[in-house]
Ligand binder design. Structure first.
Ligand code: NAP
Length: 271
């Protein structure tokens, strides 16, 4: 087997204490990348780092709360100083909010927007100048199919991910003539702790889940192909095209499906 294209690359991954971020960190480390990981839960992050270091001893971690702007700035500075630069930035950290709009309050929306949209944008802008100076780098933004499908019962989450996606796409155009690449990732439903975060409605058991390994395979494949976006599983791209083709029909179909899920027969799940 030839040497991985990520050997020796410095890869910064946010939200790597569990789920997709942990899976990506371990895969990059196995491929010889020097991995920098961050999250709030130090013990869980340390476990991931220990596994990364089995393959990539120079990997490191920073415990930080990305909801705090100063901590995002400190993370970017630490990554540049301690790793000597960042070749691949993976904006993966994120939180769910499965709650119908009739029960949403503005502060919840603000907090969600900070972690899912403002913080990855802040971290990107902090690191972009260094990538542009070298005229190389890759920025991976982990969005969600919820961003394009307007998933019911999670309007605030959908919108935070849609904002990240649109920023990501427009950034790709701005950077078209530079050596900095952008990949937007649209995961479907991945079996992670995202569905155990307190303060969220339960996920419909009807929705098919894929494993973290399948998601990681899809991201690595997309990076290898140098594409701008990837839906994982791929069939979600067809669903997105169907929605774009007839939004009214798609949303009516969504409401019908949600009504069928709820004992009250209402689209917002209320009695
Ligand atoms: N699972 C899915 O079906 C799915 C589908 C589409 C998109 N996504 C997206 O994929 C990404 C990863 O989610 P996951 O499914 O792997 O869930 P997860 O296991 O809950 O991972 C979320 C990660 O984000 C970190 N995080 C959350 N808030 C943070 C904060 N304030 N500061 C620093 N780190 C923070 C968490 O670490 P700490 O709690 O230790 O801070 C954790 O490492 C998210 O952006 C999510 O929206 C997931």
């Amino acid at each position: 087997m030839g040497e991985s294209s990520f050997a020796g690359q410095r890869v910064l991954i946010t939200g790597a204490s569990s789920g997709i971020g942990a899976g990506l960190a371990e895969r990059f480390a196995r491929e010889g990348a020097i991995v920098g990981i961050c999250a709030r839960r130090a013990d869980r992050l340390q476990e991931v780092l220990d596994r990364c270091r089995e393959h990539s001893p120079d990997s490191r971690m920073w415990v930080c709360d990305l909801a705090v702007a100063d901590e995002v700035d400190r993370l970017s500075a630490a990554a540049l100083t301690e790793m000597g630069g960042v070749d691949v930035l993976v904006n993966n950290a994120g939180v769910p909010k499965r709650r119908a709009v009739s029960l949403l309050d503005p502060d919840t929306v603000d907090a969600l927007t900070v972690i899912n949209y403002l913080s990855p944008v802040r971290l990107t802008l902090r690191l972009l100048a260094h990538m542009l100076t070298r005229d190389s780098g890759t920025i991976v933004n982990v969005s969600s199919v919820a961003a394009v499908l307007s998933s019911p019962g999670e309007a605030a989450y959908d919108a935070s991910k849609a904002a990240l996606s649109v920023f990501s796409e427009a950034m790709a155009v701005d950077l078209w003539d530079t050596g900095v690449d952008v990949l937007t990732v649209y995961p479907g439903v991945v079996d992670t702790e995202l569905f155990e975060v307190p303060g969220n409605d339960a996920l419909s058991p009807e929705i098919e889940r894929i494993s973290v390994g399948e998601l990681v395979d899809g991201v690595m494949d997309a990076l290898g192909r140098g594409v701008l976006e990837v839906y994982i599983p791929a069939w979600f791209k067809d669903v997105a095209a169907r929605k774009a083709g007839d939004v009214e029909k798609f949303l009516a179909g969504t409401a019908e499906w949600v009504r069928g899920q709820n004992p009250s027969g209402r689209a917002d799940g209320q009695a």
